[in-house]
Design a protein around this ligand. Structure first.
Ligand SMILES: CC(C)(COP(=O)(O)OP(=O)(O)OC[C@H]1O[C@@H](n2cnc3c(N)ncnc32)[C@H](O)[C@@H]1OP(=O)(O)O)[C@@H](O)C(=O)NCCC(=O)NCCS
Length: 146
């Protein structure tokens, strides 16, 4: 468990599966689905989280409110695919996205051992660049999903 002090309240990062309702609400409110034609419901989101072997939640220490989430798939040996990162609108800009990535990297095995990779929404590329991620030209995908 990693804790850090924000401006006026503490945030706790922990590896845990959030409830499908609370995480769906967070993803919608974060803006993650804005402009996306694919409609995903709470059931699909719950299934995606349940099928991911590393999920880190950021919660307000006192109230337990879900402030952010990072969902990843990792072999705990070399690779970690970050599939979803989202922060509640009222908590954005306080380092929680950065904290989620750091906590996920640590929980997967640490920066010396684990390569993080992801496909970014165009609106979030600057966020990953700020965190030190490098654009790669040799990643491939097979995508027939409409
Ligand atoms: C992207 C997101 C996770 C960032 O979370 P956050 O908690 O606000 O980010 P942080 O406060 O940790 O920001 C870390 C740094 O990145 C910068 N940053 C944050 N979002 C950014 C963006 N969209 N573009 C450029 N820079 C950004 C911050 O200014 C900060 O820089 P600093 O260290 O120089 O102050 C959040 O805005 C979000 O949930 N967006 C909607 C969902 C989404 O797009 N997820 C990513 C899908 S790939």
């Amino acid at each position: 468990m990693i804790s850090m002090n924000l401006l006026e309240h503490a945030v706790t990062y922990s590896v845990e599966q959030p409830g499908s309702g609370e995480v769906y609400d967070l993803l919608v409110r974060s803006g993650l689905f804005e402009g996306v034609t694919l409609t995903v419901g709470a059931d699909e989101v719950g299934r995606a989280f349940a099928g991911s072997n590393l999920v880190v939640c950021a919660r307000a220490h006192r109230s337990g409110q879900l402030l952010g989430v990072c969902r990843a798939l990792t072999d705990f040996t070399r690779h970690c695919l970050v599939a979803t990162v989202a922060v509640a609108p009222e908590a954005k800009g306080h380092g929680i996205g950065r904290g989620l990535i750091a906590a996920t990297h640590e929980a997967a095995g640490g920066t010396e051992k684990i390569v993080l990779f992801l496909h970014s929404d165009p609106r979030a590329c600057g966020f990953y660049e700020k965190l030190g991620f490098k654009r790669e030209l040799d990643f491939f995908s097979l995508n027939n999903v409409s």
